[in-house]
Design a protein around this ligand. Structure first.
Ligand code: ASP
Length: 577
């Protein structure tokens, strides 16, 4: 038998029993006649003790064990003289009477401890060693719990888990495909799914009614910190539903996940329209952990001879509670921050709300105390607050203000990792115009239905048509999105037409789905959640790599297995290259 207990299990109540433990040598401490070893496994650490007086040879052998050796020990649980209340097993130690080395180990390239000395590249190269560390193990265990909570909820709600193929052809998410050459069909390629979108809709045509799958999706996009070329979605679809049926079901799922994984009650999840989210937060994934909402300052700021405001489409402010304590230097730093190319503002205007009822702004020349008072009233400012103002093109200025709001929120500790706030954003625009390709693009995907009242405008005023589409955001990050689908072929044709597909192109790319819709497609809708991002949020990390066992680096490489790699000559010949 390799073990009677795990390394995290033994307590005072076990004192006097003999046990067998197996694990890795975490640390060895040699003290004169005594040797101590911390033995580690997934469950914890247990101290082993060796005493020269009891067994000289064994003590010598213990001293020959290197870091990360795999050993099996046999011995007696005894009370520890030097108890460690930070360790769950800190009351006891094992007085070892026999050791078996199950495997030796090279010295690892970085220390396998909670705080390691290894840089990211080396840890990715030896990911199997990095995965031995507690902080990473904890995150993967959390992810496993999240998976279970999702499956429990959806299974209880009668969803059926159906697998869909990976070797398919282009799906409609609009990113670049990863392709796989077909040996049997020379010169032809499969595309890996960007999502199971078309298959889940086909399953609705087949009558499955409620589908889900925890599934890998593949998108060949340029690197971004929270993206991986392959990622996991909780992919779902339902028949005979309207928008609120879908939202209620998945609000329930997310609440149940937070309850089970973190014991947190998320409460009711508010719904904002896209227009409202953009107006109040400048973002379609607002961070609702704090207020500091965008305030329209047009009425009180324009028409005072200050050209920057007068010539702008919009003047937008935020009120920073207690922000008057920022020094002049700190305010200059904000200005520099918004002027960086990533944000792109031309400047930043401030107004201090002093405790004595006076105001001090960076545009005092144009705005007297009365005018500044009206700013403060519009912003609901109190004594010692600070008003920050940006102006320009409405869409741009809102986005810039969103960034500034998040930045100031971060600095003021308003975005703690252990606080969670979710919202739904609904009624997205159906399409957006892309200057470069001179075409309308589906904001979600081409199967998303317009809201019925707007259908007539699809031809005349596409940009004003709202989609029956929804996203969920948590703490300022998009965690899921979906829509009620088009299930009627005439409307689907109009949509393809708007997106500039000829009937032939539509038929070639999605003919199978359009044909299926001729055989009785039920009304249906669905959603997909990003499992990696959700795990990251629950685990309190910004990098989704932390919650993926074997992630890729920023060039899309797996540097542990060294992929991608060239093909060898035989493989090329077989594929006809
Ligand atoms: N397929 C969509 C996506 O991956 C989600 C959905 O519409 O259900 O974003």
């Amino acid at each position: 038998m390799h073990r009677t207990h795990t390394c995290g299990e033994l307590r005072e109540s076990h004192i006097g029993t003999t046990v067998t433990l197996s694990g890795w040598v975490q640390k060895r401490r040699d003290f004169g006649a005594m040797t101590f070893i911390d033995l580690r496994d997934r469950y914890g650490l247990t101290q082993l003790s060796f005493n020269e007086e009891l067994d000289k040879d064994l003590n010598e052998r213990a001293r020959s064990l290197g870091r990360e050796y795999v050993v099996k020990v046999y011995g007696k649980v005894i009370e520890r003289s030097n108890k460690n209340d930070k360790m769950p097993t800190g009351d006891i130690e094992i007085q070892v009477t026999a050791i078996e080395v199950l495997n030796e180990a090279l010295t690892p390239p970085f220390t396998i401890e909670d705080e390691t000395d290894g840089g990211e590249e080396i840890r990715l190269k030896y990911r199997y060693l990095d995965l031995r560390r507690n902080p990473i193990q904890e995150k993967l265990i959390l992810r496993s719990k999240l998976n279970k909570a999702v499956r429990d909820y959806l299974n209880d709600a009668d969803f059926i888990d159906v697998e869909t193929p990976y070797l398919i052809k282009s799906t409609p998410e609009g990113a670049r495909d990863f392709v796989v050459p077909s040996r049997l069909n020379e010169g032809q390629y499969y595309a890996l799914p960007q999502s199971p979108q078309t298959f889940k809709q086909l399953l609705m045509v087949s009558g499955f009614d409620k589908y889900y799958q925890i599934v890998k999706c593949f998108r060949d996009e340029d690197f971004r910190a929270d993206r991986q070329p392959e990622f996991t979605q909780i992919d779902c679809e339902m028949s005979f539903v309207e928008r609120d049926d879908v939202l209620d079901t998945f609000e329930g799922m997310i609440r149940s996940v937070f309850k089970q994984v973190k014991d947190i009650d998320l409460g009711d999840i508010p719904k904002l329209t896209y227009d409202e989210a953009m107006r109040r937060f400048g973002s379609d994934k607002p961070d609702m952990r704090f207020g500091m909402e965008l305030i329209d300052l047009d009425e009180v700021a324009k028409g005072n001879g200050f050209g920057v405001f007068d010539n702008a489409d919009s003047v937008v402010a935020i009120n920073v509670t207690g922000g008057n304590s920022y020094t002049r230097k700190e305010l200059d730093a904000f200005t520099n921050w918004v002027k960086r190319p990533q944000i792109g503002a031309l400047g930043l205007i401030y107004c201090r709300v002093n405790a004595d009822g006076t105001y001090k702004s960076s545009v005092d020349k144009f705005f007297d105390q009365d005018k500044l008072k009206s700013w403060a009233e519009t912003c609901g400012s109190q004594a010692d607050d600070l008003i920050l103002v940006l102006s320009g093109n409405t869409e741009k200025v809102r986005k810039q203000m969103n960034e500034l709001r998040l930045h100031v929120g971060e600095l003021r500790g308003l975005r703690p990792r252990d606080k969670f706030s979710a919202c739904w954003v609904v009624d997205f625009p159906l399409v957006e115009y892309d200057e470069e390709s001179d075409r309308w693009h589906a904001m979600h995907h081409p199967f998303t239905s317009p809201i019925p009242a707007d259908r007539a405008k699809m031809k005349t005023d596409p940009s004003s048509v709202k989609a029956n589409a929804y996203d969920m955001a948590i703490n300022g990050m998009e965690v899921g999105g979906g829509s009620i689908r088009i299930h009627d072929k005439e409307l689907q044709k109009r949509m393809f037409d708007l997106l500039g597909f000829t009937p032939e192109e539509a038929q070639e790319q999605f003919g199978f789905l359009l044909n299926a819709f001729e055989y009785g497609a039920p009304p249906h809708g669905g959603i997909a959640f990003g499992l990696d991002r959700l795990s990251g949020i629950l685990a309190g990390t910004d990098s989704i790599r932390d919650v993926i066992a074997f992630p890729k680096n920023n060039m899309g490489r797996d540097i542990m297995i060294d992929a991608p790699a060239p093909l060898n000559a035989d493989q090329k010949r077989e594929l006809g290259y």
